[in-house]
Design a protein around this ligand. Structure first.
Ligand code: UGA
Length: 479
């Protein structure tokens, strides 16, 4: 059993610290937010992460988990202290390190014996040395310490599983003995452990996230080309994924990446490159394509709704940036909702868990009680988050209550044939084999009561008729 202190009770700190407690260690969480600590002491978990509440309660009951706002108390018998505080984006895309600085200063002021300080927060390359410098300068009297970088690779929504089953653990330090001690903490995970220097460990984190974001933007670029050329991006991804050098993961085309990590980390890496005289053109393209992925949804809806969204009622299925989380940070859904509202659309949304957080961010959103309530009288439904409960929804019931049977699927969740069989006008990302004329014909045959969108008269959409696809697609730039 080791004594571990964890500074920061966000997703990263809470899930990692609780897993360490579950492995038999004593873990004390420190947070400067008194209300958060008060809630945790009452057994309330301030974030939604599947399985976390139960694990926290179990380990707190067993006496292995403690919560405090007092650094001196948390560090009193700790051998390790993990820094897991937030590093939001600054004005220029750089990582804002103010919370890391505060944590480092508090550790320096309150440590009473030698400590190993471990950076878990995603921090720019060189931050480990900067933290060492702050601790050194802030200590009232000299006391030995080491700084180790231990980047996290867990995903929100599966943080506990990912922590317990890592592909690798990366550790970086100037002192291999300190890194070795942190490696011992991770031994029960039976994972590959890579020990390197501080800066390399920090870079491994950024490079990993940037590469995954690149994979997503790559497949989204291919999707856009598939749409034009009549190919199916899902099948392209399967065909590519069997090549072991490529791999099947992170090749789901859709509305692009969101969340608190990829957008912030790609921007921060671009910023690091720029300030050091590098020219990160690939990273810029990745961000550009990711913005276009969101515009695709607005463009597709506009195109299906006679070329304008004003007064149209659009139902958004899913607000979280991905399923199994209530996190809406940088969520494509939130961005798209705003773009639609800017064009005069009435936006109504439903998400199984993220509605309270979404309403705090955009109080003008109307919320539905469930998917069926959402579908009532909408001109179109837009799938933004692939929650499980959407997958087996009663499509006939859904269609019955919609004003028009239009579904734009930003996560390629439904089967094209099934949707067409149900008589939906269905658009998915990177599916170039949907014929608008055929689809329209089948819809009118089955649903005589639907009014004919003028844009479909003569089998032409309005944008095709006026030949101005490109300028329309770029309209959201102004917003
Ligand atoms: C990501 C990384 O996957 C973790 O390894 C890393 O530890 C974490 O960032 C972090 O830096 O803290 P996370 O942001 O929780 O984890 O979510 P992911 O599951 O990676 O998804 C990110 C975004 O990419 C989501 O919006 C998701 O919808 C999107 N995505 C993912 C796609 O659009 N296509 C895909 O094929 C995969």
């Amino acid at each position: 059993m080791k004594n571990i202190a964890v500074a920061g009770t966000g997703y990263v700190g809470l899930s990692m610290g609780t897993c360490f407690a579950d492995m038999g260690n004593k873990v004390t969480f420190i947070d400067i937010d008194e209300s958060k600590i008060a809630r945790l002491l009452k057994g309330e978990v301030p974030i939604y992460e599947p399985g976390l509440s139960e694990l926290i309660l179990r380990n707190a009951k067993a006496g292995r988990l403690h919560f405090t706002t007092n650094y001196a108390e948390a560090l009193a018998d700790a051998e390790f202290v993990f820094i897991c505080v937030g590093t939001p984006s600054g004005v220029d895309g750089e990582a804002d390190l103010r919370y890391v600085r505060m944590a480092a200063e508090s550790i320096a002021l309150n440590m009473s014996h030698p400590l190993i300080i471990i950076n878990k927060s995603t921090v720019p390359v060189g931050t480990g040395d900067w933290v060492a410098d702050i601790v050194h300068r802030s200590q009232p009297q000299h006391m030995d310490f080491d700084v180790v970088s231990c980047p996290e690779f867990t995903r929100e929504g599966s943080a506990l599983y990912d922590f317990m089953n890592p592909d690798r653990v990366v550790l970086g330090s100037h002192n291999p003995d300190a890194a070795e001690k942190v490696a011992q903490l991770h031994l029960p995970l039976r994972a590959r452990i890579i020990i390197t220097d501080l800066r390399t460990a920090e870079m491994i984190k950024y490079a990993s996230n940037a590469f995954l974001a690149t994979k997503i933007s790559f497949i989204n670029e291919i999707a856009a080309i598939c749409e034009k050329l009549g190919a199916d991006v899902n099948e392209v991804a399967v065909g590519m994924g069997y090549d072991k050098r490529i791999g099947p993961q992170f090749l789901n085309a859709g509305l692009g990446y969101g969340g608190s990590c990829f957008p912030k980390d790609v921007k921060a890496l671009e910023h690091m490159a720029l300030v050091h005289g590098s020219h990160p053109s690939l990273l810029r393209a990745v961000m550009d394509i990711n913005r276009d992925a969101r515009r695709w949804a607005v463009f597709t809806l506009r195109k299906l709704l006679e070329g304008k969204l004003d007064q149209k009622r659009i139902g958004i299925m899913g607000l979280a940036f991905k399923p199994n989380t209530d996190d809406i940070r940088e969520s494509p859904a939130m961005d798209i909702a705003r773009m639609l509202q800017n064009e005069g659309a009435h936006v109504v949304a439903y998400d199984p868990v993220a509605m309270p957080t979404a309403l705090r961010d955009n109080p003008t959103l109307n919320m539905a009680e469930d998917t069926y309530d959402l579908a009532k009288d909408v001109d179109a439904l837009l799938v933004c988050t692939e929650w499980n409960e959407f997958k087996q929804v009663d499509l006939a019931r859904l269609k019955q209550s919609m004003a028009r049977p239009i579904v734009v699927d930003g996560r390629n969740m439904y089967d094209v044939d099934v949707m067409q069989k149900f008589g939906f006008i269905y658009r998915a990302v990177g599916k170039g084999n949907l014929s608008e004329e055929e689809e329209y014909a089948s819809t009118t045959a089955q649903n005589g009561h639907y009014s004919v969108p003028s844009s479909y008269q003569n089998g032409k959409s309005s944008t095709e008729t006026n030949g101005s696809e490109q300028p329309e697609a770029l309209q959201e730039d102004a917003g």
